[in-house]
Design a protein around this ligand. Structure first.
Ligand code: CA
Length: 220
């Protein structure tokens, strides 16, 4: 099983190389984006681990080039840039998975194995879960009790903020600024309307709790 690691930080690169080799993988490495793209296109790899902030060719541009050449190798992005819009951009460009730095090596290996089992079918996994609600960042869908629900962009972003803070009360103001932006009128009821729509779609009573005068919470 050959894995290509594209990472410019030599400390992380060596850590990944040693760890993955200890797990039985053959590891090739590239320390900048253009060398990484060349190797990814030329070599036959079962998986690519891709950093985003890279010299010479940015990771997202590398990914776009790779997919333009119809290369279907699974790509796992490993990046310190892990805000939602970077993640969504990565998935839009064809990433199969996204792991934020700092990362746990055990989690990385577990995810690598999941993608190798899938055989690079290009399908994303269910990436986030809180209580009964699972979110697929690649497809922007939610799953509750084996029911798959398509979400609008706003619904998805709102649910993402709740699911990524399981058990925490997230205030209406915070959701408003995270999902709609600061320019929105704080007196607006768009959050409540969106929550109502989400509850209806998810069909699970109690999936999203209302905490009076505080905000919303999703069970951990
Ligand atoms: Ca980097």
């Amino acid at each position: 099983m050959r894995i290509l690691v594209i990472e410019d930080e030599s400390r992380i690169l060596e850590f990944l190389r040693l760890g993955l080799e200890a797990e039985g993988f053959v590891v090739d490495a590239a320390e900048d984006g253009s060398a990484g793209l060349r190797l990814a296109l030329a070599g036959s790899y079962e998986l690519v681990v891709l950093d985003l902030l890279l010299p010479r060719l940015d990771g997202l541009r590398l990914l776009a080039e790779l997919r333009r050449s119809r290369a279907d190798v699974p790509v796992l992005i490993l990046s310190a840039r892990s805000d939602l819009s970077t993640k969504l951009r990565g998935f839009d460009l064809g990433a199969n998975d996204f792991l934020a730095k700092p990362f746990s090596f055990d989690e990385l290996v577990a995810r690598v194995r999941v993608h190798l089992r899938k055989g690079g079918d290009g399908a994303g996994g269910w990436h986030l879960q809180a209580g009964k609600v699972q979110l697929d960042l690649a497809r922007r869908q939610a799953r509750v009790d084996d029911r798959v629900v398509d979400l609008s962009d706003r619904e998805f972003r709102l649910l993402y903020h709740l699911v990524s803070h399981p058990g925490e009360i997230v205030s209406r103001e915070r959701l408003l600024s995270e999902v709609w932006g600061y320019s929105f009128d704080p007196g607006s009821n768009v959050v409540d309307v969106c929550i109502r729509r989400l509850r209806k779609k998810l069909g699970a009573t109690g999936a999203i709790e209302t905490i009076r005068n505080a905000g919303y919470r999703i069970a951990a």
